[in-house]
Design a protein around this ligand. Structure first.
Ligand SMILES: [Zn+2]
Length: 62
């Protein structure tokens, strides 16, 4: 079992491959990254839209 990648990192990598799309205005940020914050076994992803300042939030469990 490799310790090179934590589940946290794997999730983050997977998330960074998904499109950052603002549900408020439809803007797609090709170069953007999710902001990741972890609390216990839950990981929160946030993306702040640069055009309308809406905040997209996703939450996942490890
Ligand atoms: Zn937007």
């Amino acid at each position: 079992m490799s310790k090179a990648r934590s589940p946290f990192e794997q999730l983050r990598n997977r998330f960074n491959e998904t499109d950052l799309e603002c549900s408020a205005c439809g803007y797609i940020d090709d170069d953007g990254n999710w902001r990741v914050s972890a609390a216990g076994s839950r990981v929160k992803y946030q993306f702040i839209c640069p055009t309308c300042d809406a905040i997209e939030t996703r939450e996942m469990r490890l």
